[in-house]
Design a protein around this ligand. Structure first.
Ligand SMILES: C[C@H](O)[C@H](O)[C@H]1CNC2=NC(N)=NC(=O)C2=N1
Length: 115
């Protein structure tokens, strides 16, 4: 199976195509721990990761920050004592794009190498 972690994010603009239902049905099983949520009527991917303390949560937050800068695609990050909540969606189209699934898979990869 082709893995999302091997893909790069494509540059997004207002003409970018949102992931359609068929694509979401194909991609979501590749990131099974992520929740598909809706905020203000917009779909988002969200997962909370657990850590031993705030310092480790902050280190993970920074790793995801570096990933976001490298890929040009940026999440919402909530860092708390012992946990980080990561939310991916594509602001320019107020929707989910394949980039969000790529970034969720890469976030999982970083989390599994951190623990
Ligand atoms: C110009 C720049 O590439 C864009 O504004 C990017 C930056 N990072 C982004 N991140 C996310 N998650 N969605 C976007 O639409 C987005 N746009």
């Amino acid at each position: 199976m082709a893995t999302l972690t091997q893909e790069k994010c494509s540059a997004c603009n207002k003409q970018s195509q949102p992931a359609n239902a068929e694509e979401i049905a194909e991609l979501k099983p590749q990131i099974p721990e992520w929740n598909l949520i809706e905020v203000e009527g917009e779909p988002r991917l969200q997962r909370t990761y657990a850590f031993k303390n705030f310092k480790e949560a902050l280190a993970f937050t920074n790793q995801i920050g570096h990933l976001a800068e490298a890929e040009g695609h940026h999440p919402a990050l909530l860092t708390e004592w012992g946990k980080v909540t990561v939310t991916w969606w594509t602001h320019t189209i107020s929707a989910l794009h394949r980039n969000d699934f790529i970034m969720a898979a890469k976030t999982d990869e970083i989390a599994s190498s951190a623990n």
